[in-house]
Design a protein. Structure first.
Length: 343
């Protein structure tokens, strides 16, 4: 029988691509999403790509009773991939309690249900933000977790600790935290992609919206960093590669291949690119001109971050296959259709 997986935040950017990857591997999916930062139309995009409509429950995971009711309604759920969370760094500084509630109370309520079961499999969306500016590059999973720069970053650190502490005393709970580097791109069909609300804070959506004329120009945040061209370096990973990694991680837990009941993996390409390199690759791979100017540094930005991918390669048997150019092309294709979708 096909296993049923709960994907919270399954209509969001990484969530929706992961739902597609799960359904393509034969998993049945139930999505929980409160539509706070996503559109119900994403469901149609997923259905168009996979030919299967996932089950969908519009609900808010901050309601403990509803979480309880959900797990009673779906006793056959064999795994949970927990994406649902708020992710805007600036907003988290303005409204820390919203972030602690959204990102941590929901996690606790789900885990409280899972530990009641004899067996449970749990995948957590974490972030390379937990490393801050790492002392050594590339960043391995053993790099120390540094004091968080923002309440958002702190919720990822605390979230990981909550899971680790819970796994210590509940042997039936098996969990993996996936620390994403910089997810970009879209499904090649352009039926799903990233849907930033308002002005995008992240680089690639800002680039595509500028190229299409929605924004006047991109500001490059600082060109006086101690890097080759002076701009910051990040590890940009195609969301399709990232989505596949979630399926692999889940299968590891289901198959019992894990080394301990709580594990952590970096998900990146292992390659760092500067902001100027991203701009150049975007222009070359899409044929679009991108107006940009050099602006001041953005507070809280680390100079350089890219993943050591050895643990994920060896233990998960996973590596990112798609290039930066492919990711940027897919993000551009998505941008050209998204305007017409009225999402
Ligand atoms: C940001 C968050 C990080 C979060 C991640 C989620 C900050 C400081 N960090 O990471 O906590 O986990 O998003 O995806 O917000 N850039 C420009 N101009 C722009 C936008 C970005 O030059 O208009 C530069 C940034 O300075 C950075 C790079 O592009 O060097 C990537 O920025 P972004 O996409 O925001 O990702 P991170 O800052 O790495």
């Amino acid at each position: 029988m096909n296993k049923k997986i709960l994907v919270t935040g399954g209509l969001g950017f990484i969530g929706s691509h992961t739902v597609v990857a799960l359904q393509e591997k034969g998993f049945k999916v139930v999505i929980i999403d409160n539509l706070s930062n996503s559109s119900i139309d994403v469901l149609a995009g997923i259905t168009k790509i996979t030919g299967k409509e996932p089950e969908f429950e519009r609900m808010d995971l901050r309601n403990k009773q509803e979480v309880k009711n959900f797990f009673q309604k779906y006793p056959d759920i064999e795994g949970v991939i927990h994406f649902a969370a708020s992710k805007a760094v600036g907003e988290s500084v303005e409204n820390p309690l919203l972030y602690y509630e959204n990102n941590l109370s929901t996690l606790v309520y789900i885990l409280q249900e899972l530990v009641e079961r004899p067996k449970a499999h749990f995948i957590f969306s974490s972030s390379c933000t937990v490393y801050g500016q790492a002392d050594n590059l590339p960043i391995t999973e053993n790099a120390p977790v540094k004091k968080a720069e923002s309440p958002y970053g702190n919720t990822k650190q605390i979230g990981e600790e909550i899971i680790a502490d819970t796994c210590k005393v509940h042997a039936g709970l098996k969990a993996i935290s996936l620390r994403y580097f910089n997810p970009i791109g879209a499904h090649p069909s352009a039926d799903i992609g990233e849907l930033p609300i308002g002005t995008p804070q992240n680089l690639v959506p800002f680039i595509t919206q500028t190229a299409i004329g929605k924004r006047k120009e991109l500001s490059v945040f600082g060109d006086d960093y101690p890097t080759e061209d002076g701009t910051c370096i990040r590890d940009y990973i195609h969301v399709m590669d990232l989505a596949r990694a979630h399926v692999v991680a889940l299968q590891r837990l289901i198959n019992g291949s894990e080394k301990s009941n709580y594990e952590v993996f970096n998900l990146g390409t292992g390659k760092g690119n500067s902001v100027l390199e991203v701009i150049k690759t975007f222009e070359e791979s899409t044929g679009q001109r991108l107006p940009y100017k050099i602006a001041g540094r953005r507070e809280g930005d680390v100079i350089a971050a890219y993943a050591d991918t050895e643990k994920a390669n060896k233990e998960l048997g996973w590596k990112a296959d798609l290039t930066l150019a492919e990711a940027l092309q897919s993000a551009w294709k998505w941008q050209t259709v998204v305007e017409d979708k009225d999402l």
